[in-house]
Design a binder for this molecule. Sequence first.
Ligand code: ZN
Length: 116
Amino acid sequence: MIKLKERLLVPFAQFIIRDIPSMILSLALFLGGIWLLAIRIPGWSLLFGLIFTPMGAAFMVFTLDGVARNRIAPPSFKSAECRVCGKKTYSKENVEDAICNRCRENIGEEILKEKG
Ligand SMILES: [Zn+2]
């Protein structure tokens, strides 16, 4: 039985611990940049505003991209050792026996040779 609660709680905890702070930081940079542009201190606001605003935006995109890739759709593959050659390969999480693509191709070729 898969521990469903754990599978849901761990990514959620990671989301709170790692992603929320970086999201807040990027949002603060972005809004701070806009605020600096808005208050119009001669020289400084334009300088820092034009630095912080794109930085915040880029950081936010980066963070959300990471969130989307790792949390919302966690990679369903885990690394495993190929049963034939022992090299590192990937298998689906619930599949224990992994055979790498190269070995799979070789096996396919061997079978074809035997048949032909
Ligand atoms: Zn292999």
